[in-house]
Every structure is written in structure tokens, then in C-alpha cells.
Ligand binder design. Structure first.
Ligand code: NAD
Ligand code: UD1
Length: 347
């Protein structure tokens, strides 16, 4: 068991990962500026696990504060979630993305060097594969980016690979997530979009709860079985467990890229039907032209993660929808909902 420093640990994937780390017996320090999260998520993780998390409010681009926090934590490894993730916003405000995602990662590497830490798990995305040239996508697939968010992930990945060439005694795991969805089965933590969700499942969930009238389906003329886009949705708890495995695997010094997905693609209409079944609600929907930048189909080869981490995603689409819906209906306004409501109704 070890101590893990988690940047961005108050966010969607971060809270689920902290929970799994604590349940695996690790000690957790969270460093987050709360720009896209609140303390409530971590408080609920503490409640579920009956364990405390040391929280430091700070920005990953603040070199002094970050170095002090790392030093204070005495941690053995770092998981770096902190960053911005909205594709559309990255187009209108690219500098914020380069600052948080690229400068943030650079500042973290320097701070780790300063305190002598060498083990890092980094949040990357399937977005670094650009337009898929073959399916399923394995880690050797050519890399490219179609928007500023994707470019910040690609630059950060390149920086990590260059850093490893200069410091070959480091251990760096770059995890490329496919489409994280769902929530912890308690219904107490989940994704809490601040604005209109861009991603499919949070949008469907808001239609089901009555916050939005209907789902706009972007394209039904793709070369897929039903004409709608196909993605590799992965339950956020499976994703979180992948991080615990990456931390625990006693690997030699290396810099490695691993896909975290299920290896199976589902269309927009398949997800919609599964969510209708899980929620018992009809999801009104309408077809619109394709969304710029979208690809027809994208799903992972998971062989590498399976063999290196001894990990595979276990939760299916039904689990993803049931758990996402439980979180949504217990917390209709996310963490802004009445706390007692969620506490009383959590199973
Ligand atoms: P999130 O926004 O819920 O969590 C990110 C956390 O980082 C938030 O708590 C936010 O307050 C914090 N943060 C942002 N900028 C910071 C800064 N400069 N200093 C300190 N804290 C900062 O997002 P998430 O979905 O949990 O994503 C986590 C990571 O995974 C991100 O790096 C994201 O790019 C990556 N990722 C997410 C997805 C997805 O669909 N959710 C897919 C692929 C990759
Ligand atoms: C999006 C981002 C990608 C990011 C990923 C995970 C874009 C162009 N891409 O990818 O960079 O890594 O999220 O955060 O934003 N859909 C609808 N209606 C909706 C929402 C989505 O029909 O309201 C469809 C999309 O066209 C797509 C599928 O649902 O076919 C999944 O969309 P989404 O959840 O946004 O994920 P990605 O497109 O994979």
C-alpha cells in the first residue's frame, strides 16, 4: 500500500479513482483548484469509504504551491487528472487549455523532479488518435489531433516521452481513455456538468430527468449498422480500477501508453435504448446533421492494458446506464442538489 498524490482528484474520474484507491488500502492526497468540481464529491468519497482524504486547494500551474504540497504529502506516486476537457471551449479559449493542460503538466514534472518523485500516471484520451485509420485502435495507431483540446493532450504526451528519454529511471503510464460514463453504484458521486453537456450520456440523462426536451442526434448517415456514431463507452468505475492497477503494478522504469476501453462499440441509438430501459423513461430525440469533428466509429484494442495491467473492463452498457441514471435521479442538479435527498435515497 502506498501514498498517492492525485491532481484533479475532486473531478468526475478523480473522485471515482480516489474511492477505489482508498478501498485498495492506499492513502490519498488530492490537489485541485476546484475550477470544475466541489469539495462535496470528496466528502462523499470519505463517507462511502469511512476514510479521510487530505485535500489541498491549489493550481497545478502554481510551481511553489505544487512543490510544497508534493513535499508535504511524502507520496510515492502521482496521478495527474487536473486539466480542462471541453472540446468546444478549447476552440474559443485555446490559451486556457495550453495553460492548464500543457503548462500544468510541465509544472508538475518540474515539481516531481524537485522532490525526487519518479512515478506518474497521466490522463490522456482516445482523441489523440484523430480520425481512426483502423479498428479496433491499438496503441501503435498514428497520433493526430483535430482540436486544441486534443493538441494539448498530444503535446503533453510528447513532453512525457521526451522527459522519459532524458530521465530513463522514471515510470510513466499514459492512459488513453475512450468514453467514460456511469457513476459509482452508491449514487453519491458522478459527473456534474457545469454547462450544457456535450457528451452523449450526460445529455441523455438530463433529458430523462426532464431538464432538457430532447436529444439531438448528430448524424444518422454514418457507415455504421444504424447510421449513428459508434463509441467505446467505459464505466467510470472500471476506468478508476485501471488506475489502481497502474499504480500497483510493479513495473520497471518505462514510459508506456495504454488504452482504457472495453473493446466494444455501441451506436447512439443503442445507448439511447439502453438508457430508456434503465430509467423507464422515453427519450425524445431528433436527427440532425453530423457534428463537425466527429468520427463514424471509434473503439479500443484493450490487449495491451489486459496483459500489462492484468485488467479488463467488467461492467456492461446496462450497468453504465443503470448507474448513471441512479446518480442523475438522486442528484437532479448534480452536487448542487439537496444533500439529504441523495443521502436518504442512496442504496
Ligand atoms: P473533471 O473536470 O471532472 O476533473 C478535472 C479536475 O481538475 C477538476 O476537479 C478541476 O477542478 C481540476 N482542475 C482543472 N484545472 C486545474 C488546475 N489548473 N489546477 C488544479 N486543478 C485543476 O474532468 P474528468 O472527466 O474527471 O477528467 C479528468 C482528466 O481525464 C482530464 O485530464 C481529462 O482531460 C481527461 N479525460 C477525460 C475524459 C472524459 O470524457 N471525462 C476523456 C478522456 C480524458
Ligand atoms: C467527445 C470529444 C472528444 C473527447 C470525448 C470524451 C468532440 C468532437 N469530441 O468525443 O474529443 O475526447 O468526447 O470526452 O466533442 N452525440 C449526439 N448528440 C449529443 C451528444 C453526442 O448525437 O448531444 C453523439 C456524437 O455525435 C457521437 C456520440 O454521441 O457519435 C458520442 O459523443 P460524445 O459523448 O460527445 O463523445 P465523442 O464524440 O467520442
Amino acid at each position: 500500500m502506498s501514498s498517492i498524490f492525485v491532481t484533479g482528484g475532486a473531478g468526475y474520474i478523480g473522485t471515482h479513482t480516489c474511492l477505489e484507491l482508498l478501498q485498495a488500502g492506499h492513502k490519498v492526497f488530492v490537489y485541485d483548484n476546484l475550477s470544475n468540481s466541489s469539495r462535496l464529491g470528496l466528502e462523499r468519497v470519505e463517507r462511502i469509504t469511512n476514510t479521510s482524504i487530505e485535500f489541498i486547494e491549489g493550481d497545478v500551474t502554481d510551481a511553489n504551491a505544487l512543490t510544497r504540497a508534493l513535499q508535504h504529502s511524502q507520496c510515492e506516486s502521482v496521478i495527474h487528472f487536473a486539466g480542462l476537457k471541453a472540446v468546444g471551449e478549447s476552440v474559443t479559449n485555446p490559451l486556457a487549455y495550453y495553460h492548464n493542460n500543457v503548462v500544468g503538466t510541465l509544472t508538475l514534472l518540474r515539481a516531481m523532479l524537485a522532490v525526487g518523485l519518479k512515478k506518474l500516471v497521466f490522463s490522456s484520451s482516445a482523441t489523440v488518435y484523430g480520425e481512426p485509420q483502423l479498428l479496433p485502435i491499438d496503441e501503435a495507431h498514428p497520433l493526430s489531433a483535430t482540436n486544441p483540446y486534443g493538441r494539448t493532450k498530444l503535446v503533453a504526451e510528447d513532453m512525457l516521452r521526451d522527459h522519459f528519454r532524458a530521465y530513463p529511471d522514471w515510470n510513466i503510464t499514459i492512459l488513453r481513455y475512450f468514453n467514460p460514463v456511469g457513476a459509482h453504484e452508491s449514487g453519491l458521486i458522478g459527473e456534474d456538468p457545469k454547462d450544457t453537456p456535450n457528451n452523449l450520456m450526460p445529455y441523455i440523462a438530463q433529458v430523462a430527468i426532464g431538464l432538457r426536451d430532447r436529444l439531438n442526434i448528430w448524424g444518422n448517415d454514418y457507415p455504421t449498422a444504424d447510421g449513428t456514431g459508434v463509441r467505446d463507452y467505459i464505466h467510470v468505475v472500471d476506468l478508476a480500477i485501471g488506475h489502481v492497477k497502474a499504480i500497483a503494478t510493479p513495473t520497471p522504469s518505462q514510459c508506456i501508453e495504454l488504452n482504457l476501453g472495453t473493446g466494444r462499440g455501441y451506436s447512439v441509438l443503442e445507448v439511447l435504448r439502453a438508457f430508456e430501459l434503465a430509467s423507464g423513461k422515453a427519450i425524445p430525440h431528433e436527427f440532425f446533421p453530423r457534428r463537425p469533428g466527429d468520427v463514424a466509429a471509434c473503439y479500443a484494442s484493450t490487449k495491451q492494458a489486459e496483459s500489462i495491467l492484468q485488467w479488463r473492463a467488467e461492467r456492461n452498457l446496462e450497468d453504465m446506464c443503470v448507474d448513471h441514471w441512479r446518480w442523475q435521479h438522486l442528484n437532479p442538479a448534480g452536487y448542487g442538489s439537496n444533500n439529504d435527498f441523495a443521502s436518504k435515497h442512496a442504496t
